[in-house]
Design a protein around this ligand. Structure first.
Ligand code: C2E
Ligand code: CA
Ligand code: CA
Ligand code: CA
Length: 279
C-alpha cells in the first residue's frame, strides 16, 4: 500500500548520543585549532568622532575549520573557558595583535593602537603579565600601544585578584578599557580603584538611542560620567547616521560599528587605514 503518509515521514533527529558525539568532536577540534593554526584575527576600527581618523583597531578572533567553516567567537570562547584552554588562545591573540600592530606602525600608522579582549581565566592567571610584556618587547611596542578590554562580569568573578592583576598590567603601561559598559549589574565603585583608561558603551544602549528608547539617556549619562572622570569613551555598535550625530553631539570620543566598518581582514584593514572615514 502507498502508506508513506506524513506520519511516516522520517526527520533526522539527533539522539542524545549523537549530540554528545558532535560536542566531543567539536571540543577536540577546538583543542587542536591553535597548533593547526586555524585561528585568525579580524580588526574593527575605532574612529575619532571629531575627525574620522582611526585611533584603534579591536582584534576579534575567528576560527576557520575545514569542516565547521568559519566559526565565530560566540560559539567557542566560552567553551574554551570551560575547557580550560582559553589562556593559550588568549596569549596567541595578544601576540598576533602585537605583531600586526608593529607592521602597521612600520607602514607609517605610528599612533595606532590595538585592543584585545581578555577573558576572566586569562586575567586571573599570573602568566598574563609575562605574555604581555614579552609581546611588547618582541614587537618593540610601548604599553600605550596595547589596550586590554575587560567586561564588568570578568572583574566581578574575583574582584580582589582582578584588581591585583590589573595593577601589575598597569605597571607595563598598557591601557585598560571596560567593555560592554553598563550591562554588568556591578557598582561603579571599581572605577575608583582600577587603573581604567576608557569605557566602551555597550551596543544595546547605542542601538536604541535613535529609536525612542532609554538608550539615549543612558548614553548621555555614561558619556557625562566618563568626561567627569576624565576617561575616554567609546561607543560600539554604531550603525546609523542618527546615532553618529547624537553621539558626536554628546561628545563621545571614539566610534566603532558597522556604519564605519565591520570587523576587517588585515588586507581590508590596510585599505581602511589609508582613508579618513566620516560618513
Ligand atoms: P565584543 O567584545 O563586545 O565585540 C563586539 C562584537 O560586536 C563583535 O562580534 C563585532 O563584530 C560586533 N559588532 C561590531 N559592530 C557592530 C555593529 O555595528 N552592529 C552589530 N550588531 N554588531 C557589531 P564578534 O566578533 O562576533 O565577537 C563577539 C564577542 O566575542 C566579542 O564581543 C568578545 O566578547 C568575544 N571575543 C572576540 N574575540 C575575542 C578574543 O580574542 N578573546 C576573548 N576572550 N573574547 C573574544
Ligand atoms: Ca570588546
Ligand atoms: Ca563590547
Ligand atoms: Ca559583547
Amino acid at each position: 500500500a502507498k502508506s508513506a503518509g506524513i506520519g511516516k515521514l522520517r526527520f533526522y533527529q539527533p539522539s542524545l548520543k549523537d549530540k554528545m558525539q558532535e560536542r566531543i568532536a567539536f571540543e577536540s577540534a577546538l583543542k587542536e585549532a591553535l597548533t593547526k593554526q586555524e585561528f585568525f584575527l579580524c580588526y574593527q576600527p575605532q574612529v575619532s568622532a571629531s575627525n574620522g581618523n582611526t585611533i584603534c583597531l579591536e582584534a576579534l578572533i575567528r576560527w576557520q575549520h575545514p569542516q565547521y567553516g568559519l566559526v565565530m567567537p560566540d560559539r567557542f570562547i566560552q567553551l574554551a573557558e570551560t575547557m580550560g584552554i582559553i589562556a593559550p588562545i588568549g596569549a596567541w591573540v595578544i601576540n598576533a595583535a602585537c605583531a600586526q600592530l608593529a607592521r602597521w606602525h612600520a607602514m607609517g600608522f605610528s599612533d595606532l593602537r590595538v585592543a584585545v579582549n581578555l577573558s576572566a581565566q586569562q586575567l586571573l592567571v599570573s602568566e598574563l603579565e609575562q605574555t604581555v610584556s614579552e609581546a611588547l618587547q618582541t614587537y618593540h611596542l610601548e604599553g600605550k600601544d596595547l589596550e586590554l578590554e575587560i567586561t564588568e562580569s570578568v572583574l566581578m568573578q574575583d574582584p580582589e585578584r582582578a584588581i591585583e592583576r590589573l595593577g601589575a598590567l598597569q605597571k607595563l603601561g598598557v591601557r585598560l578599557s571596560i567593555d560592554d559598559f553598563g550591562t554588568g549589574y556591578s557598582s561603579l565603585g571599581y572605577l575608583r580603584v582600577l587603573p581604567v583608561n576608557s569605557l566602551k558603551l555597550d551596543r544595546s544602549f547605542v542601538w536604541d538611542m535613535d529609536k525612542g528608547g532609554k538608550g539615549l539617556e543612558i548614553c548621555a549619562t555614561a558619556i557625562g560620567l566618563a568626561k567627569k572622570l576624565d576617561l575616554e569613551i567609546v561607543a560600539e555598535g554604531v550603525e546609523t547616521k542618527e546615532q553618529l550625530a547624537q553621539l558626536r553631539h554628546l561628545g563621545c570620543d571614539l566610534l566603532q560599528g558597522y556604519l564605519f566598518a565591520k570587523p576587517l581582514t588585515v588586507d581590508a584593514a590596510d585599505t581602511f587605514l589609508e582613508n579618513v572615514h566620516m560618513p
